[in-house]
Write a protein that binds this ligand. Structure first.
Ligand code: HEM
Length: 189
């Protein structure tokens, strides 16, 4: 996994729970408590997933609550770091259709095996009023996808919901129907 997600998780933990608790959680997940994640490097998926598990256990949060709290931070930092992705696609459906491309662009600097691995996680196709997402990853982070997609909808002023057509948020493989429920008047016209 590209270092961006563990980097963000670590920064989020530091901001919300403080540096000491962040360090304990990273140690619990098998990292150095002061690990400085590089956003241009690859990390083992399984170990990154352990940061999330350790954080939920330490902070007494369900995964759903953790994703809902993390999603605004994820988007906020992504927007600050990669403004062009957002400026180019200010609509939920369009943004989500290009989200695998965003991931693959960031993965371009990784080694070949790792690069393919990132590309295999998401396939997104258009459907009327939204997109259909085919998710496949041992990280079981479809729930994070759903939280970020809904948050994106809030930020873009386009209420959005996610319906699982196969599998569910905790599965390594699932299909999500992302439905944009309302569009701003001038966009819908
Ligand atoms: C500019 C915006 C975004 C940036 C910079 C970004 C960046 C990244 C990066 C670098 C990864 C790690 C990929 C890997 O190495 O496997 C990742 C993973 C992920 N991203 Fe994004 N992303 C963005 C937008 C989104 C959006 C809009 C969503 C959801 C609607 C999303 C959902 C996810 C999920 C669920 C993962 C974890 C995949 C897994 O490991 O199973 N991302 N993102």
């Amino acid at each position: 996994m590209i270092g961006w997600v563990p980097y963000l998780l670590s920064a989020f933990l530091e901001e919300t729970a403080g540096p000491a608790v962040r360090g304990e959680i990273l140690a619990e997940a098998g990292f150095d408590p002061n690990e400085a994640f590089r956003i241009d490097a690859g990390y083992a998926d399984r170990q990154c997933r352990r940061i999330l598990d350790a954080a939920c256990a330490r902070l007494g949060l369900s995964e759903e609550a953790a994703f809902a709290a993390f999603a605004p931070f994820f988007l906020d930092r992504s927007r600050t770091m990669f403004p062009a992705f957002f400026n180019r696609r200010p609509r939920v459906r369009d943004f989500l259709l290009h989200q695998p491309e965003v991931h693959n662009t960031l993965a371009a600097g990784l080694k070949e095996g790792q690069r393919d691995h990132v590309a295999a996680k998401f396939r997104v196709e258009p459907m009327p009023g939204g997109v259909r997402v085919f998710y496949r990853s041992e990280n079981r982070l479809a729930g994070l996808y759903a939280a970020v997609a809904c948050r994106l909808g809030e930020e873009f002023g386009e209420p959005t919901r996610v319906r699982y057509e196969a599998g569910g948020p905790g599965d390594a493989e699932c299909i999500m129907a992302v439905e944009v429920l309302e569009q701003p008047a001038q966009a819908a016209a």
